[in-house]
Write a protein that binds this ligand. Structure first.
Ligand code: PGA
Length: 250
């Protein structure tokens, strides 16, 4: 029986500025006080270095994406090496907004995950079905295919983390039910253990999609939920700290 330490990671998306980094002070305080929970915040690239200074070690600071290569002619992109130099220690890859807006394929996501892991990052690979997939009853198959295509075959450095984020639950307030979450997390766990054995058992699986203070405890109580990837409710300490506290209590 593996005890997986809960991870609560904030995804600021294209939000935030230098003034908003003041929120990190209270978030870091709460992370220290809660104990036993890993807390991370992924701001836009431009805020990573100042966020690291503000966070003071109590929270991991990460990026919302990284390029698969180290450097080169890739205008507008940022590599894992650059994120690391700025103090980042985590990367989210394959978020559904990037899969949709940047047309990122599973193969592209896999390349990014490999790069992030190579730099020793905690690497959060996101998967999740659309409302149409769910209506068609193909949600588990869709996520299985994403897992097959997006995950590296092995990794020596860094730590792989999965995030199940049903697209229809992101930013909508329509949180998935505990039964929906339980069904998918069990399927993801089966895939991870079947493919990676013991390390698949240790891999954390986060739920993401409209996680808030008032639903966090119920979500953390579901089997195989090892934390949350939080968008809107990670932008201020008032909203984020109760989620950290719920994870600590679970
Ligand atoms: P949300 O976003 O919490 O605002 O729904 C979650 C995410 O996209 O990671």
């Amino acid at each position: 029986m593996h005890v997986r330490r809960k991870l609560v990671a904030g995804n600021w998306k294209m939000n935030g500025n230098l003034a908003q980094l003041a929120e990190l002070h209270a978030i870091a305080e709460a992370a220290r006080a809660a104990g036993g929970v890993d807390v991370a915040v992924c701001p836009p690239f431009t805020l990573i270095a100042p966020a690291v200074t503000r966070a003071g070690g109590a929270i991991v600071i990460g990026a919302q994406d990284c390029h698969a290569e180290e450097s080169g002619a890739h205008t507008g992109n940022v590599s894992a090496a650059m994120i690391k130099e700025a103090g980042g220690r985590m990367a989210i890859v394959g978020h559904s907004e990037r899969r949709a807006e940047q047309q990122e394929s599973d193969v592209a996501v896999r390349g990014k995950a490999v790069a992030a892991l190579r730099h020793g990052f905690v690497t959060i690979v996101c998967v999740g079905e659309s409302a149409l997939d769910r209506a068609a009853g193909s949600h588990v198959d869709v996520v299985e295919r994403q897992l097959e295509g997006s995950l590296p075959d092995s990794w020596e450095e860094g730590e792989l983390v999965l995030a199940y984020e049903p697209i229809w639950a992101i930013g909508t307030g329509n949180v998935a039910t505990p039964a929906d979450i339980g069904e998918m997390h069990a399927a993801i766990r089966r895939h991870l253990v079947g493919r990676f054995g013991d390390s698949g058992q240790r891999t954390r699986i986060l739920y993401g999609g409209s996680v808030k203070a008032d639903n966090a405890a119920e979500i953390f109580a579901v089997a195989d939920v090892d934390g949350a990837l939080v968008g809107g409710a990670s932008l201020t300490a008032d909203l984020f700290v109760p989620i950290i506290e719920a994870a600590a209590r679970s």
